[in-house]
Ligand binder design. Structure first.
Ligand code: NI
Length: 168
């Protein structure tokens, strides 16, 4: 297993649109295992392949307190959404920033699990938010896109400064 490097805003590679997974092979299994490892290591609750510079429709999530409920979704597609849920969102690609975002609080999503079996999940509140946040990544979208241009610019400036100081 290995810890993967997570791209950080405003890296343009986070804007790439992911393509559907066609082959669920050993390479993909290794990637999924590494993505879980990277997410748990970073204390995140979700990670999309886009964030580790792999532009495939693949995401991993674990919103449980005990970190014992891994969920892997391949080629996810939201088939219904309703309600509202507000959450103070953060993102491993946007470190140190948290902002309240309102999203549909109830969704039904379909896709494949890591074995290629078709699954359909009904999700509420935090899980619903998390799935939508990760699917946004696959479409090249970040939670900062929901904020005002001023707020987004402030976050961008803060991270660019951080990257300069890290010598990146
Ligand atoms: Ni994120």
């Amino acid at each position: 297993m290995s810890i993967l490097t997570i791209l950080e805003f405003p890296d343009e590679r986070l804007r790439k649109k992911a393509t559907p997974v066609k082959n669920i092979d050993n390479n993909l299994q290794t990637l999924i295992t590494d993505m879980f490892e990277t997410m748990y290591h970073s204390s995140g609750i979700g990670l999309a392949a886009t964030q580790v510079n792999v532009h495939l429709q693949l995401l991993v999530i674990d919103t449980s307190e005990e970190k014992n409920t891994p969920l892997c979704l391949i080629n996810p597609e939201i088939i219904s959404k309703d309600g509202e849920f507000e959450y103070n969102e953060g993102c491993l690609s946007v470190p140190l920033s948290f902002e309240k975002i309102i999203r549909p609080g109830h969704i039904v999503v379909k896709g494949l699990d890591r074995n290629g079996e078709a699954i359909e999940i009904e999700a509420n509140d935090l899980l619903s938010t998390c799935i939508q946040h990760e699917i946004d990544h696959l479409n090249g979208k970040l939670f900062v896109d929901y904020l005002s241009p001023l707020k987004r610019q402030r976050i961008k400036t803060k991270l660019e400064k951080r990257h300069r100081m890290a010598g990146e």
